[in-house]
Design a protein around this ligand. Sequence first.
Ligand code: TYC
Length: 108
Amino acid sequence: MSDEQDHDWQSDNGLTVSPVKPDLKQPPKYRVLMLNDDYTPMEFVIKVLEGLFRMEHESATRTMLQVHTEGLAQCGVYTFEIAEAKVEQANSYAQQHGHPLQCTMEEE
Ligand code: TYC
């Protein structure tokens, strides 16, 4: 395909013709955050971080301890729909097991 066929072109006065700037903006990303509470067992939190957020045991443990000591920590960064699904899955999995563990999300 020739260069001319690769682009849309705009013409202002009929004399100059220039390529329309392609819109290359990335979709916004969302941080999933995990919040501390006084009741959820540490081992359960580590399991969620490994199983749902695909962390290795060591980084899951480090992240759990960061939540425990600082109040919250980032579990991952995703597009809107994936972040929304992770938050929903973490919160309902915790609820099903009788734990108050909560995740939330915010735009990066
Ligand atoms: N603070 C909890 C405890 O002492 C452990 C915990 C860590 C809970 C992280 C939630 O997101 C959390 N058992």
